[in-house]
Design a protein around this ligand. Structure first.
Ligand SMILES: Nc1ncnc2c1ncn2[C@@H]1O[C@H](COP(=O)(O)OP(=O)(O)OP(=O)(O)O)[C@@H](O)[C@H]1O
Ligand SMILES: [Mg+2]
Length: 376
């Protein structure tokens, strides 16, 4: 068995409720168990922050620092790219990061350096929540796969914000900066419409590419999880459908839709059409999982997506990401639990639970007891 990417050691100081200390996970399955509110999820969160992404709990950086402390310091020793590496993260207002002794511009510089996938119960909102959750899922996952996508996304966000500012100005009856007449204003909007259509096209193409990659893996995983009894379906619901295969036709379709919405956009004071309105349809046996799926089915669907994220990362980067699984087993029947444990047995996994016995028996994993923020 060979592990290309793994956490060797994680040290903590001033992070959430975790007491100063060290976690030394082994290759393979690591079980973090303990009563409620002891710090299990906090430990996974600390690992996750080294991917460069925001907290999977949606926490602000300042909330990660222990109450009453000025800063938190986390260090991660990990094996990636066939060498031992060390990252240090200081959280004080924002995250400051050093990788192998070299200060990085931002924590996002870790994207593609240390890869992990995380499942936590809050991710069930991927099904139950609004479309922004599903867009975030695709975008976060694709950023790890293609770190350059982060730039595409921030460029998209910048253009969207600027177009919205322009729309608000026009709605308020003011003349936008750089315009002296209605004709100038329309010309300005033409420019922003084109930029916006191009940005939308790039984002949709990226999300479509991501789905193309992940769909066969996720459906196969879901087959396994459900004991071949159920079928998962996922599709992208774009504001302009049917053009995905031809980028310039897609861009034309966006431009036409954006132009058509101009009057409505000015009335609203924001962009009513664009990739910021895109959604994913997730189905089980042909019906929307959000409306008709049972709790176990919904959990399985989200898990299938998360585990395929890991498989896809391995295919593309050649490295198996670390899996962080928070309270993954509840609400799953034994077939589904067995399938997961079989599937992950040769990854490095950090898995939290209240009772470690079943997982330990099946995986022979390393067990850590978490009590009041202490790793025992
Ligand atoms: N910034 C912080 N400073 C100090 N304590 C914090 C901070 N943020 C969260 N906590 C505390 O950390 C505790 C443990 O949280 P965590 O979510 O890790 O528990 P858990 O072991 O995963 O519990 P459960 O089994 O219920 O999921 C909570 O009681 C919370 O109040
Ligand atoms: Mg928890």
């Amino acid at each position: 068995m060979r592990f290309t990417l793994r956490i060797d050691k994680l040290t903590f100081e001033g992070f959430r409720n975790i007491q100063p200390g060290v976690l030394t996970p082994k290759p393979g399955v690591n079980i973090l168990y303990g009563d409620n509110a002891q710090g299990k999820t906090n430990l996974l969160e600390a690992c996750w922050l080294f991917t460069g992404a925001k907290s999977f709990r949606g926490a602000r950086d300042s909330e990660l620092v222990q109450f009453g402390k000025q800063q938190a310091v986390l260090t991660l020793q990990f094996q990636a790219g066939d060498r031992e590496q060390e990252a240090e993260m200081k959280i004080a207002g924002r995250r400051h990061l050093t990788l192998n002794g070299i200060p990085q511009k931002s924590a996002a510089a870790m994207a593609g350096r240390f890869c992990a996938v995380v499942f936590c119960p809050a991710h069930l909102s991927l099904l139950s929540g609004g479309p922004e959750e599903r867009r975030r899922f695709m975008d976060t996952a694709y950023c790890q796969l293609r770190p350059g996508y982060l730039k595409v996304l921030s460029e998209f966000q910048r253009i969207l914000t600027q177009r919205n500012t322009l729309l608000k100005t026009i709605r308020s009856g003011e003349m936008p900066t750089g315009a002296a007449s209605d004709r100038d204003t329309n010309a300005l909007l033409d420019v922003w419409d084109t930029r916006f259509a191009e940005a939308c096209t790039k984002v949709t193409l990226a999300r479509a590419a991501y789905l193309r990659h992940i769909l066969p893996i996720a459906t196969e995983l879901y087959d396994g999880l459900s004991g071949q009894k159920e079928r998962l379906g996922i599709s992208l619901i774009s504001p302009v459908n049917g053009e995905i295969r031809d980028p310039s036709a897609l861009c034309d379709a966006y431009l036409a839709a954006i132009r058509e919405a101009r009057a409505a956009d000015i009335g609203a004071g924001f962009s009513t059409v664009g990739t910021h309105r895109e959604d994913l349809q997730i189905e089980i046996n042909g019906t929307p999982a959000k409306t008709f799926g049972s709790q176990g089915q919904q959990r399985s669907a989200v898990l299938a997506l998360k585990l395929s994220e890991a498989s896809l990362l391995r295919e593309v980067t050649g490295e198996q990401p670390v899996a962080l699984l928070d309270d993954v087993m509840s609400e799953l029947d034994l077939t589904r639990q067995d399938f997961i444990l079989n599937h992950i047995h040769d990854w490095q996994v950090l898995i939290t639970c209240c009772d470690p016995v079943a997982i330990e028996r099946q995986t022979g994993g390393q067990v850590f007891h978490i009590q009041n923020g202490e790793i025992l």
